[in-house]
Design a protein around this ligand. Structure first.
Ligand code: NDP
Length: 240
């Protein structure tokens, strides 16, 4: 029997890409979303629909989900992974940067939930996997707005889990520490980027995107009656 559809947002690099490859290898049809369509298509995964969707565009996200469900059947899970980290000191940071983080990391995540939740509740089956961060549990220098978005992801995930638990829908929060991906490259403050790279090197390296993908797979593949509420994972040498 064919496995059910899984949606991955932000699948064009890093954790999302690794998750897409892993779940495809487990036999799932996929809907992969990101702005860089060519990166999604370059993976050439079987039974996979790739769509250039900005998660801040609620209508486009919903339309892509509807299209994928017509092809592959109802979505059994969404991995709300798309995110941006634009670190900066609040006294100097361009407000456009924190607005972007709030739009993508918070509203984009809500858009992903919105696109699948009514169907999951009606079917009394499904899993929402939200990628937060250790920065959703504790604060770090230069992270004011980013931590704000990830604390929001933690809060929304836990509250949503309570809300839909009686409908047999699972909500899982994945909270990684530092992972080697493109995430830091979008921070415009060169000094913060440099300090962050030094921090990673001092730890002797950080998690690989595949490590986080494996945590996502593990949580998802538990029986539906079992909800792993949260996985926090980081390099052993990450003290913070
Ligand atoms: P990457 O920068 O490698 O990946 C981010 C992904 O998000 C890309 O696929 C990007 O695709 C997508 N994305 C960004 N903005 C949008 C948008 N508006 N609409 C759709 N897709 C978007 O970073 P990571 O893999 O590290 O990040 C994935 C998640 O993991 C994020 O939520 C991040 O906060 C979280 N995380 C990362 C950690 C780390 O240390 N790397 C630690 C803890 C959490 P495209 O540009 O093509 O749209």
């Amino acid at each position: 029997m064919r496995k059910p559809l899984i949606i991955v947002t932000g699948a064009s690099s890093g954790i999302g890409e690794a998750t897409a490859r892993l779940l495809s290898g487990r036999g799932h049809p996929l809907l992969l979303l990101a702005r860089r369509l060519e990166r999604l298509e370059a993976m050439a995964l079987p039974d996979t629909l790739c769509r250039a969707v900005d998660v801040t565009d609620r209508a486009a996200l919903r339309a892509a989900v509807d299209e994928a469900e017509r092809v592959f059947g109802p979505a059994d899970a969404i991995v709300n992974n798309a995110g941006v980290m634009l670190l900066g000191d609040m006294a100097h940071q361009d407000p456009a940067e924190w607005e972007r983080m709030l739009d993508v990391n918070v509203k984009g995540l809500l858009n992903g939930i919105h696109a699948v939740l009514d169907g999951m509740v009606a079917r009394r089956h499904g899993t929402i996997i939200n990628v937060s961060s250790v920065a959703g549990r504790k604060t770090f220098p230069g992270h004011v707005a980013y931590c704000g978005t990830k604390f929001a992801v933690h809060a929304m995930s836990e509250n949503l889990r309570e809300e839909v638990s009686a409908h047999d829908v699972r909500v899982i929060t994945i909270a990684p520490g530092a992972v080697e991906t493109e995430l830091l490259t979008h921070t415009t403050d060169a000094a913060i980027r440099r300090d962050y790279e030094t921090w990673k090197q001092d730890m002797g390296g950080v998690l690989a995107a595949e490590d986080v993908a494996e945590a996502i797979r593990f949580a998802y593949e538990q029986p539906q009656r079992l909800c792993i509420r949260e996985i926090v994972l980081a390099a052993t040498r990450q003290a913070a």
